[in-house]
Design a protein around this ligand. Sequence first.
Ligand code: HEM
Length: 496
Amino acid sequence: MFLETVGFAAASAALLLLYYIAKWYITLSRYNLPPGPLCLPLLGSLLTVRFTAFQRQHYDNAKKYGNVVRRQIGPVQTIQLNDPRIIKEAFSRDVLLPRPILWPIHQRNRVNRGATGVVFADGEMWKEHRRFILQTFRDFGVGKFRMEEKIVAEAGALVTFLKAQEGRPLETKVPLSISVANVIASVLTGARYGMDDPQLRLLLQYTKENFEFTMKKIILIVMPWLQHVPPIRQTYRRFMEILHGLNAFFSRPMKEHLENFVPDRNSDFLESYISAVKSGQYSTLSTTEIPLLLEDLFEAGFETTTTTLRWALLMMALHPDIQRRVQSELDRHVNAANGEFATPSEKLATPYAEATLMEVHLYASVVPMGVDHCAREDIQIEGYDVPKGSIVQVNIYFVHHIDAWWEEPERFRPERFLIVGQGQTSEYLMPFGLGKRRCLGEALARAELFILFCGIVQRFDIRLPEGVASADIDLTPTSGITADTQPHRLCFIPRL
Ligand code: HEM
């Protein structure tokens, strides 16, 4: 009897599996999907995913399979676009405006009482919030003098900190993160944090973990039910702990602002948002959205900018000739000895510094695969079918490293962006993405990068520690939503 039951269960499971595989093949055969790596029923291309040098893997796929590549992860179709013309055309279509709402985003929204934030919002919710954020950032002087003053103050504090190290080797991650975090925090909530603030350090840790890719995280996305099974259970618990920690962190300024609200004062973004909610002029703005909205803007704004700055300073240590040229250009135009900082209004006079930052965007490509989009309907791209619900990604790293478009793309060479002494933009350089969902913090990021980078390079000779040669530095980017440098230390020797 027992054997009969086991036999029946095994036969049923085998039949179910056969049915699933047949259905899988029939469904897929309806589509003319783009080429891509080996794809198996249930797992998709999961076996081909590597968790180191992950952008290199997408680069290799682009070289092997062409301009449009498909990689299925479990049941999720992902489509990578590898050609600037195709990317531009695809991202001008409203059908690709949504973001994929996978399991981690459902959890995030649930922990935030049904809020959606802005990065993963859709429809009127996204449109109204995006418009409101851009307008309010403009009102706070983002891209203008008022905002620059705040960044200069932060750059001054960072320079004082670096001087106090007296040239000793320093891991730059935390000090740079805190300066960048202070800029965005001052815009959002008016807060400022000290170098050792434990709350901010915890927030930095949460963000770092949130941005990293690991096999266990991918498995959780594909098979969320494994959250109950060790060892995936630990990853799930940590993920939920981080979501609750972030919600608690960003709920605090909300409570304080609501308690101390003064109508029409609008002293920071949060106060403006509360004023807008109270005005009743907006249909989707609501206090429920506040913690997640702050989290979105903070996370999107600070990890990306810090990482870009870290690459920029590392590149200066590795290329002393380029560093000297940036310094002498700045010395001719900016009186740092008098406490002056280069600001974006100096960009025209300092094209080499600006070209160096553009080269950092190209070289480091800190958001290598952009932020995922999702097809609202079945569509076609370059004659291939992209089924409704597919994730569509821009392979920014590939676009930035293909030798057909860039001469010697692996060599750090700011000169490529100089044309008769002026910084030149290129349609192939797209660190902030493109289309209607293009980065909405671009103006803030560009101002921060210019002021902090020029402020540091003009005041310090940046070197590798004694006994460390350029060849010892591992330039493999980390694998995650952002591509950071490997841990390293730099010496900041005062020049003034
Ligand atoms: C060097 C710094 C930065 C880089 C490289 C960067 C890059 C990007 C990229 C590639 C996207 C995706 C665009 C798309 O979906 O097609 C994006 C979106 C976004 N970024 Fe940035 N970003 C940076 C700084 C910032 C800052 C300072 C903020 C601050 C507020 C910010 C806020 C956002 C938001 C809210 C979105 C989502 C926009 C939407 O969904 O409508 N970013 N960013």
